[in-house]
Design a binder for this molecule. Structure first.
Ligand code: ADP
Ligand code: ZN
Ligand code: MG
Length: 491
């Protein structure tokens, strides 16, 4: 929030316009154009060679796996893949870029014209266009902190030089910070499903630049945009956009003009700061990379790659909604990761009633996890535990009340369901004389109700069943209890 708060009426006059540029590191074993390990966390400057250092005479060779991953991502994002795309040199001078240029793609990117569907707050679906997806390489890293002489020196780690990236550029179709958050969430989900990246934002595998402008509602043209760089979580993207939208509206409302510039997000302060204006912006002097031939994606290769696409989140949600009778919201929860959805479905298949497994997972387990602020991975109850619980319920071996009690114990003790069930064996009391003894007590204590029953009010039996069930702490076998109560009252 800005210091000078704008009134809701003023804010409502404007419409934000947002477009996102996302860089994603590909999970290949080696780098984009050399055989160096593509690995996070190695000792500085150990995964390097003449090619990724750009030493004179060293020549790049394109990594086939990187092409496959980039193509998979393109297909998963509904892009048209270009049969012949061109690598280009993007020239700029920076210490972490030893070659003095980045190999990227420019006017002939690998893929274009894709889209992602995102759910809106109103419960409908909005399609966000993807302008392009292109391949490029990462630069190294400048280390500004953590050394005794950090005040006077900057260190370089060039391990990341040449790491294969894809850049995914959205159309300026996004209208709110929440929509931007949703777009990023869905994008990450799709990339994780296809397995092309780990999308780990802390390690920089997924990075986002957010472009944003505002215009008066109904205005025919977009306003001037600012690009917010260096935002390293989806929450921060949303916060940076919220801040930036208000800042721009305030500039306009006070008679100024929004400058076309790059801005930096400062998470500590919750503000963006001007980094460089468009006048200082780079002229990258793009030209075709002379050391690499055009990248040819043949129809055969494209078909071959299509076959490697997994069932994608959207399709999977639709199928699972039908199969397990889920709401859309519940389908989102169960498909949040491919690994989790796989584990759920594999387990559910083994259960007597797969829908019951989904139900327990979402409600009994999900509710408890949520209340404690725990992630699914931190659940004491395993998927097999949920299946066992569902089967026991299905076979009337435990009551739903007993199930709740057992789940509570699992969470109290941090133990899995099967362990707690084995130990506690919530006794279904099936011993006839034990149940009869309890019935006798209840009958003796409630002469009025007995009289009513004898007087013809047969529904009174339910009262006795309830009282005995209570006395047995929910353990009496319901079928047996019903039978014995009637027998006693009638006999
Ligand atoms: P640039 O030439 O500055 O790189 P591009 O036209 O390539 O700008 O767009 C970069 C990103 O900014 C894209 O995601 C695009 O959707 C978005 N974008 C373009 N114009 C605007 C605008 N006026 N307001 C908000 N976002 C915009
Ligand atoms: Zn190398
Ligand atoms: Mg651009």
């Amino acid at each position: 929030m800005l210091a000078t708060a704008l009134s809701p009426e003023v804010l409502a006059k404007y419409e934000p316009v947002i477009g996102l540029e996302v860089h994603v590191q590909l999970l290949t074993a080696t780098k984009a154009f050399c055989g160096c390990a593509n690995q996070f966390g190695s000792a500085p400057n150990t995964n390097i060679c003449p090619v990724c250092l750009g030493l004179p005479g060293a020549l790049p060779v394109l990594n086939a796996k990187a092409v496959e991953f980039a193509t998979l991502a393109s297909l998963a994002l509904h892009c048209e893949v270009r049969e012949r795309s061109i690598f280009a040199r993007k020239n700029y001078f920076y210490p972490d870029l030893p070659k003095g240029y980045q190999i990227s793609q420019y006017d002939k990117p690998l893929a274009e014209h894709g889209w992602i569907d995102v759910p809106t707050a109103e419960g409908s679906i909005k399609r966000i266009g993807i302008t392009r997806l292109h391949m490029e390489e990462d630069a190294g890293k400048s280390l500004h902190e953590g050394f005794a002489d950090s005040a006077t020196r900057t260190y370089l780690d060039l391990n990341r030089c040449g790491t294969p990236l894809i850049e995914i550029v959205s159309e300026p179709d996004i209208r709110t910070p929440d929509e931007a958050f949703e777009y990023l969430t869905r994008l990450k989900e799709i990339l994780l499903y296809t397995g092309v990246s780990d999308c780990n934002m802390e390690e920089g595998s997924l990075r986002c630049d957010a472009n944003v402008s505002v215009r008066l509602k109904g205005a025919p043209k977009f306003g001037t945009k600012a690009e917010v760089k260096n935002v390293n979580s989806f929450r921060f993207v949303r916060a940076a956009l919220e801040y930036e939208i208000e800042r721009q509206i305030e500039v306009i409302e006070s008679g100024g003009r929004v400058a076309q510039e790059s801005r930096l997000w400062n998470a500590g302060e919750g503000k963006t700061y001007s980094m460089r204006s468009k006048e200082q912006a780079h002229d990258y002097r793009y030209f075709p990379e002379p050391d690499l031939p055009p990248l040819i994606v043949s129809p055969e290769f494209l078909n071959h790659t299509k076959k490697k696409l997994p069932e994608l989140p959207e399709a999977r949600r639709a199928r699972m909604m039908a199969e397990y009778e889920l709401s859309l919201k519940d389908a989102y929860t169960l498909t949040a990761s491919r690994e989790f959805a796989d584990r759920f479905e594999a387990a559910a298949k083994t259960a007597r009633n797969p829908r019951r497994v989904a139900n327990l997972l979402l409600n009994e387990l999900g509710g408890r996890l949520k209340a404690l602020g725990l992630e699914q991975e931190q659940s004491p109850i395993s998927m097999a535990g949920v299946v066992l619980a569902a089967d026991l319920l299905d076979e009337d071996k435990i009551s739903s009340k007993q199930l709740k009690q057992l789940f509570d114990v699992c969470f109290e003790k941090g133990e899995d369901f099967s362990d707690v069930f084995e130990r506690e064996r919530p006794q279904q009391i099936t011993d006839v004389s034990a149940i009869e003894a309890m019935i006798d007590q209840v009958i003796a204590a409630n002469p009025k109700q007995v009289e009513q029953y004898s007087g013809g009010k047969k529904t009174m039996a339910g009262f006795f069943v309830g009282q005995v069930m209570k006395a047995s702490k929910g353990q009496a076998n319901p079928a047996l209890l019903n039978e014995l109560v009637t027998k006693k009252l009638d006999g």
